[in-house]
Design a protein around this ligand. Structure first.
Ligand SMILES: [Zn+2]
Length: 277
């Protein structure tokens, strides 16, 4: 038998409980119970922000009235620039997702839990143009490995399946046509699937390109190493007005060691460069 960790209501199976952290004993019967259970944590994070703002005299809160605030939050939840972690002795892992926008003139910091590589429960969102505030709020430990997977990438497409299939065959044809004999063999491509997530989540570059059909194409590129050999991994997506859109669909992903192929597929304008550490 199972009980809600907040209200102690009994539920029949573990499937009836909602969890907010990986490997956590705390399961809940409803969103309301989750919110009540973590209320003191929310208050802690909110108070910390307010105290620091008071101490540092930073009152740029009006910044959150920007029309695209929710979009900025969504983008931070999906592809943060940096991730920090605070782990307590009970095994609770608090994550901090930080994203810099507009040449770091706008910063979003989100305190949250992560479940199954997705942000689950958000404690609070801090939006500021002040790096001092962000530095003061930041947890000490930065997470370098992948904690989030950009799963929304294949969901909610406004493109029809036919459109996507059409693009898939176009890009595949382009790839086949221009591939050099000494490049990574097609048969080996599935051995590189493991690099998909890291390319999406921590790309060296994201480029935006409008193709012949006037569709938005987003190109994620990352330089990686496998078996002591360096290569580029490409993930090419279509759909959506912009990169923070939920409507991106993967057209093709592939590894290459060819400079020529790299140049051929690296199209458009760079919209996100390497994260500065
Ligand atoms: Zn409950």
């Amino acid at each position: 038998m199972y009980f809600c960790s907040k209200c102690r209501k009994q539920v029949d199976s573990i499937q009836d409980l909602f969890f907010v952290q990986d490997n956590s004993q705390n399961g809940f019967c409803s969103d309301e119970c989750i919110e009540k259970y973590y209320l003191s944590n929310v208050e802690y994070f909110e108070k910390k922000e307010l105290d620091l703002r008071t101490e540092l005299k930073i009152f740029d809160i009006n910044i959150v009235e920007r029309a695209n605030h929710q979009t900025l939050i969504d983008q931070t939840l999906k592809i943060p620039s940096r991730v920090f972690i605070l782990q307590n002795d009970l095994g609770d892992k608090y994550y901090q997702l930080v994203k810099y926008f507009d040449q770091e003139s706008l910063i979003v910091l989100i305190n949250c839990f992560i479940l199954d590589k997705q942000p689950s429960f958000v404690f609070n969102v801090v939006t500021t143009d002040n790096k001092v505030l962000v530095d003061a709020l930041k947890f000490k430990n930065e997470v370098k490995e992948n904690v989030l997977s950009y799963q929304n990438i294949s969901e909610h497409s406004s493109f029809s399946t036919e459109d996507v299939d059409q693009k898939k065959s176009e890009y595949l044809a382009k790839l086949i046509e221009n591939r050099l004999d000494d490049d990574i063999d097609f048969e080996q491509f599935n051995h590189y699937d493991e690099f998909f997530d890291v390319t999406i989540n921590e790309p060296d570059e994201i480029l935006h390109h409008v193709d012949d059909m006037s569709d938005n194409i987003f190109i994620f590129i990352k330089a990686l190493i496998k078996d002591d050999k360096s290569f580029f991994y490409f993930v090419i997506c279509c759909g959506g007005e912009n990169i923070q859109s939920d409507e991106l669909v993967t057209i093709i992903s592939f590894p290459t060691i060819s400079e020529q192929l790299y140049k051929l597929f690296r199209l458009g304008k760079v919209i996100s460069g390497k994260t500065v550490n």
